[in-house]
Design a protein around this ligand. Structure first.
Ligand code: 5RP
Length: 261
């Protein structure tokens, strides 16, 4: 367990996870039509990649040594009835065989499927703990993005940790994010959400989230949907691992974009 966690969370206690699992419920997402090609230039700057077994098997070079966070919940789609109605989609044998450094599963607290998703999480933790595989819980909101407020997120993170998640991924919120982190006894990483309007906005929320106790990010669309994904990931990495301010990160972004760094 400790060895796998050390693969994910770096010596400075921080982490940059790059998720490309979006296809598991929304199909060929913009800029992720060919996930293997999307991540190739970004891999050197990520501490781990998060994806499903199908993409791992078909789109990632088996010689890849970047730690894998395997998405193991699913069974719903954006055109289906309810995104919250997820189940476990990958066996523990497969998780171990694919050499995952961790697994991730969504919980949908406050939804019609709250109980089901929390029991799924608890059962997954039971199986994974036997093999020393950390579970990262994802506090999902489905299509209800307005739910992303401190009180709700704090509730979700705490419940996920109480049920045994070793890491929790949640959304950043501008107000009282420190309360979300403080109430959660395991490390918290910030999810990105839909692409925002400016690069600076991303650096600002990542910086603020880190100042308020998050250990890093699990951030996808705001990186690989950018016109300059390498510049984005390098600038975000600088905020996480080099303590850069949003302005310094933005300067680095501009330099990389201009081919000067
Ligand atoms: C989808 C996920 C994604 O991994 C997560 O939302 C992070 O990606 P993005 O920054 O694009 O939101 O868990 O359910």
């Amino acid at each position: 367990m400790k060895n796998r966690l050390a693969q994910l969370i770096q010596k400075d206690g921080k982490a940059l996870f790059l998720p490309i699992d979006h296809g598991y419920f929304q199909g060929p997402t913009h800029k992720l039509e060919k996930p293997g090609e999307t991540i190739k230039p970004l891999l050197p700057y990520a501490d781990a990649i998060m994806l499903t077994r199908g993409v791992l098997r078909n789109c990632v070079d088996p010689a890849n040594t970047k730690p894998i966070i395997l998405r193991v919940s699913g069974g719903t789609s954006v055109v289906g009835e309810d995104l919250a109605n997820e189940g476990l989609i990958t066996s523990i044998t497969e998780i171990v065989r694919l050499n995952a450094s961790a697994v991730s599963m969504s919980v949908f607290i406050g939804s019609k499927y709250e109980h089901q998703s929390l029991i799924n999480l608890a059962k997954l933790v039971d199986k994974c703990e036997d093999y020393g595989v950390p579970v990262m819980a994802v506090t999902a909101v489905g299509k209800e993005l307005e739910k992303r407020k401190a009180r709700y997120l704090a509730l979700c993170c705490r419940i996920a940790a109480e049920l045994g998640a070793r890491v929790v991924k949640t959304y950043y919120c501008p107000e009282k994010f420190d309360k979300v982190v403080e109430g959660c006894p395991v490390p918290v990483v910030i999810a990105g959400g839909p692409k925002v309007d400016s690069e600076l906005e991303v650096f600002e929320f990542v910086y603020d989230g880190i100042q308020k106790g998050a250990i890093g990010v699990n951030l996808g669309r705001n990186i690989w949907q950018s016109e300059y994904p390498i510049a984005m990931i390098r600038a975000i990495r600088a905020v996480i691992h080099e303590n850069c301010t949003p302005k310094e990160a933005h300067d680095l972004f501009e330099q990389v974009k201009a081919g000067k760094a």
